[in-house]
Design a protein around this ligand. Structure first.
Ligand SMILES: O=C(O)CCC(=O)C(=O)O
Ligand SMILES: [Fe+2]
Length: 415
C-alpha cells in the first residue's frame, strides 16, 4: 500500500521513464485551459501545501481522529441488511472488506499504470466551454511527484473504460480486452442492480470515474447529480470527507462569500473551522477518514467535500437503486425528459414493478423527505445522527430551502 510514496527509487524511475520537462510543459498547457483565472505559474502562490492548517488537517488524518462514520464489514452484512440499514435510511457509511479480490490492488501502482496506460489521455478538468481537457497519463504522473500546487490538478476521468490495449467497445465489459481498467474492479454486491443501466447504451449520463488525486487535491462541497447515490472505492492514499445531511442549507455549507472558491482545500481552510464552532448554524458534520481498501457510501442528497491526503487512486460510481429511485426519476424527468422517456420504456419491459412508483411521482408534487420519513427506521436513523452530533435539535433549518435541496424538508422532529 506504500506504492505511491515518493521514494528515491520511484523518483529515479520516473526520471528515467518520462521526459520531465516536456511533461510539465503539457501540464502547464492543461492548467491554462482549466483555470483561466489563474496563471499556470501561480498555482502554488498561496503555499497551501506548507500552510500549518493543511498540516494540521493532514496530521489529524494520520492520527485517525475525526471519524464518526459507521463501518460496515461486507463479509458480515447481507445485501438485504445493507438496504434496510443504509440505503433505505439514507445513511452514509464506510464499507470494509469489499475490494480484497480486485486486480486494482496489484495493478494500480505508478509503474503498473504507466505501463498499461502511460500513453493514453485522461480528463483532468474542463475548459471554459465545458470541453474535457486531457493529459497523457505519463505526464500527469510526473507532475504529481513534482508539484507543490495549492490545489493540484485532479485526474477525474469518465471514459477510462475506453482506454488501454485491446479495448474495442465502450459498454460491454466482455468486449474489452484485459487492458481496460474495468477489469480491475467489481462494483460491490450491494450496488449490483443499478437501475440506470436500463437507460441504455450510450444514453446514460457519465456515471463512473477513475480518479487520481495528488496530495491536497480534492472536490469542493456538492450534492451528486440527478439525486443519485455514489460509492467511492479507495485503492491508495487517504481521503478526508466531510458530509452534511440532505436538509442542510446550501448557503450554510457553501457560503456565498466563498463562491469564488471552487477547491476542496479552500473549503477545508475557510468553512471547516466554522463547523467546529458552537455557533455553527448548520447540522454537525459527519467526518470520515477513508483509508485504502475502504468504500465510502454517499446516499442520495448528502452534501460532501473531499480532500486527498497523500497521492490517491480511486474509482467511483453513481447509481440509482430502489431506495433513491423516486428522487432520481423525478430529477431525470425534469432535467432530461428525453432520456426519462426512454428509461421508462425500458423499465416497463425489465422492471415493471417500478412503473407505478414512477407514475405516482409524476402525478403528485413529490417530496423525498416525506417518502423516506414515513419509514420509522429512517426517522430514527436521521434522529440519532442529529442527536449524536448536535446538542439541540437544530432550529436553524427553516422551511425555506435552497434550489438544490427543494426535494428535502427540514430535519425530522422528535417523535
Ligand atoms: O474527490 C472525490 O473522490 C469525491 C468525488 C465526488 O464526490 C464525486 O465525484 O461526486
Ligand atoms: Fe460527489
Amino acid at each position: 500500500m506504500m506504492a505511491w510514496e515518493p521514494t528515491e527509487d520511484l523518483l529515479k524511475f520516473l526520471e528515467s521513464a518520462i521526459d520531465g520537462e516536456y511533461a510539465l510543459e503539457k501540464v502547464r498547457d492543461a492548467k491554462k485551459k482549466i483555470r483561466t483565472e489563474l496563471s499556470p505559474d501561480n498555482w502554488h502562490a498561496k503555499g497551501l501545501q506548507d500552510h500549518p492548517a493543511t498540516q494540521l488537517l493532514t496530521n489529524i488524518c494520520k492520527a485517525r481522529l475525526k471519524d464518526n462514520a459507521i463501518r460496515v464489514d461486507a463479509r458480515k452484512c447481507s445485501p438485504h441488511e445493507f438496504e434496510q440499514q443504509f440505503e433505505n435510511t439514507v445513511t452514509p457509511c464506510v464499507i470494509t472488506n469489499a475490494m480484497e479480490s480486485w486486480r486494482a490492488n496489484e495493478r494500480w501502482t505508478p509503474k503498473g499504470l504507466l505501463d498499461a496506460l502511460g500513453e493514453y489521455r485522461f480528463t483532468c478538468g474542463d475548459d471554459d466551454d465545458g470541453y474535457s481537457v486531457r493529459v497523457r497519463f505519463k505526464y500527469f504522473l510526473y507532475y504529481m511527484f513534482h508539484q507543490r500546487d495549492d490545489s493540484p490538478l485532479y485526474m477525474f476521468d469518465g471514459s477510462f473504460h475506453r482506454r488501454g490495449r485491446g479495448v474495442v467497445d465502450d459498454d460491454e465489459r466482455r468486449t474489452h480486452g484485459g487492458g481496460s481498467l474495468l477489469w480491475d474492479y467489481m462494483p460491490p454486491g450491494y450496488f449490483a442492480s443499478d437501475l440506470m443501466q436500463h437507460c441504455g447504451r450510450g444514453r446514460r449520463p457519465p456515471y463512473r470515474w477513475f480518479v487520481v488525486g495528488p496530495h491536497c487535491s480534492g472536490t469542493n462541497i456538492h450534492q451528486d447529480p440527478l439525486g443519485t447515490s455514489a460509492w467511492n472505492a479507495l485503492v491508495h492514499g487517504y481521503k478526508r470527507w466531510v458530509l452534511f445531511p440532505p436538509y442542510a442549507k446550501k448557503e450554510v455549507v457553501k457560503p456565498r462569500s466563498l463562491a469564488g472558491d471552487r477547491e476542496g482545500i479552500t473549503w477545508f481552510h475557510n468553512v471547516y473551522p466554522l463547523t467546529q464552532r458552537k455557533d455553527w448554524p448548520g447540522p454537525k458534520p459527519l467526518e470520515v477518514l477513508q483509508c485504502p481498501g475502504e468504500i465510502m457510501f454517499v446516499p442520495s442528497g448528502w452534501w460532501h467535500v473531499v480532500l486527498n491526503i497523500g497521492h490517491t487512486v480511486a474509482v467511483t460510481q453513481n447509481f440509482a437503486s430502489e431506495a433513491n429511485f423516486p428522487l432520481v426519476w423525478k430529477r431525470t424527468r425534469h432535467s432530461r425528459p428525453k432520456l426519462s422517456r426512454y428509461w421508462l420504456k425500458q423499465l416497463r419491459r425489465r422492471r415493471p414493478d417500478l412503473v407505478a412508483t414512477a407514475e405516482s411521482v409524476d402525478k403528485r408534487s413529490f417530496r423525498f423527505d416525506q417518502s423516506i420519513r414515513s419509514d420509522s427506521a429512517t426517522r430514527n436513523s436521521l434522529l440519532s445522527y442529529e442527536s449524536s452530533s448536535s446538542s439541540s435539535s437544530s432550529s436553524s433549518d427553516s422551511s425555506s430551502s435552497s434550489s438544490s435541496s427543494e426535494d428535502y424538508g427540514p430535519p425530522p422532529q422528535p417523535l
